[in-house]
Design a protein around this ligand. Sequence first.
Ligand code: SF4
Ligand code: SF4
Length: 295
Amino acid sequence: NTNRNMKEKTIEEKTATHPCFSCGAAHQYARMHLPIAPKCNISCNYCVRKYDCPNESRPGVTTHVLNPMEALHKFLEVKEKVSKLSVIGIAGPGDALANFKETKRTLELIREKDADITFCLSTNGLMLPQYADDLVKLGVSHVTVTMNAIDPTVGAQIYKYVDYMGVKYYGETGAAILLSNQLAGIKMLTEQGIVCKVNIVMLKGINDYHIPDIVKKVKELGGSITNIMPLIPVKGSVFENLPLVSKDELMAMRSNCGETLKQMFHCRQCRADAIGTLGEELSTIKNPSVHIAVA
Ligand code: SF4
Ligand code: SF4
């Protein structure tokens, strides 16, 4: 508890030193994802669950899952080695809130040792209304929600099912439940001062025309930034053969939506166990000494 006496950072300072929420921080500050969340509660058509959640990760790699105590030890070890570590994130390999018990325990254990580090997590948003207040209490200041549609007829083409309170809902019903929880959840967070980023996977012919409406809705809900990401096709997923958006189409969409809300241009679609600055991955959980090049 050596940091207890330090003055805690304000939310603005936390945002300014978060490599994903502030472009200027991307090369200066490091984030560490702790892979403690293996389960997921929805089924996205661009996902194959044997890999990391592509809502926040590059597909194709399976991350070694840690338990909360192992995550604490990893954090303490990395904190010693990585200067400018400013953010701890929970980004899978499944959904942070589908593994709420582990997420909560991990953050509590770390907070006991570090009063100041920024807590960030990413989620599909299904369980946000249930856990938003707990996240505030845990000291989470930054949340990323992946929201690919604000119309259940569009959502029905993206999500195979939503597993909510023990029941699987398919098609438009499932998409409508997910959507209403995402909208309510984002609002609950922003009203309590949590900085929200919304990730949108751009899916050609499925949701691309609809993205400006999603961004407008995010703004209305008090979200700070949207991150429009290209689909990275995963072998074996429903969208394996979906035509890809070109770099120009992606950039045009971002600059169009940039008139509504701040856009993220520097997302690296990191692994669920990524450590380091966004410009230079320092290590992975399994191989702390290995340097991985970032594409
Ligand atoms: Fe896969 Fe992530 Fe969607 Fe869950 S939320 S199905 S892990 S892409
Ligand atoms: Fe930041 Fe994108 Fe990496 Fe998440 S996936 S840590 S938003 S750069």
